[in-house]
Ligand binder design. Structure first.
Ligand code: HEC
Length: 166
């Protein structure tokens, strides 16, 4: 009796957890968008206007990551397609790889993902890059520079100044 009850109560919660939506914006805060689990995410309006982070992330990605990971996060013979990684990987795992780097050494390959933990041009824009890649990986935006963007909020500007130490 008590086991049956536990199952009835427990299963729906489990199912919900497994389907936790890593993509859909649940709320906006000072120009940044988040899922219901407080994970940074993108927002694309019906007319195609993207949130500031997605636009900024496009530029930052192409300044710091595309030499290895290919234009638009599409991947290369050397490094994986980050547009898929941003969708498939846990946010904190994604951040961890960028901060600490990763090395995949075996008989057939010797690929190195550098650590960017000391690079403010990456660390101060890590959410931007992640959010942009997720927007492209889900197909919410296509390849290339997003044409229309939201204005940069005062909060985002202040956070950037503090992070860059200016
Ligand atoms: C010098 C080349 C190089 C640069 C520059 C580079 N990466 Fe990588 N990255 C790699 C390689 C190679 C791997 C695969 C490493 C492995 O398999 O262990 C990788 C793996 C990753 C992964 C794990 C992907 C997955 O699906 O497991 C993430 C996330 C990542 N890189 C993010 C970034 C971001 C963000 C930038 C720009 C700030 C960046 N990388 C710049 C070479 C690079």
């Amino acid at each position: 009796m008590s086991i049956g009850l536990a199952l009835c109560v427990g299963l729906p919660a489990l199912a919900q957890d497994e389907e936790a939506d890593n993509v859909t914006a649940a709320y906006e805060e000072n120009g940044r968008y988040f899922t219901e689990d407080d994970i940074p995410t993108f927002n694309v309006a019906e007319d195609g206007t993207v949130d500031w982070l997605t636009f900024s992330g496009f530029r930052r990605y192409h300044a710091e990551c595309h030499v290895c990971h290919g234009p638009d996060g599409e991947g290369s013979s050397y490094a994986p397609a980050l547009k898929n990684s941003a969708v498939d990987m846990d946010y904190y795992d994604f951040v961890d790889v960028v901060v600490n780097g990763r090395q995949n050494v075996n008989a057939s390959s010797n690929q190195v993902m550098p650590s960017f933990g000391d690079n403010p041009n990456v660390m101060c824009y890590l959410d931007d890059i992640y959010v942009y890649l997720k927007a492209h990986g889900t197909g919410a935006i296509g390849r290339g520079r997003p044409a229309q963007k939201e204005a940069k909020s005062d909060t985002i500007q202040e956070d950037e100044n503090a992070c860059m130490g200016s």
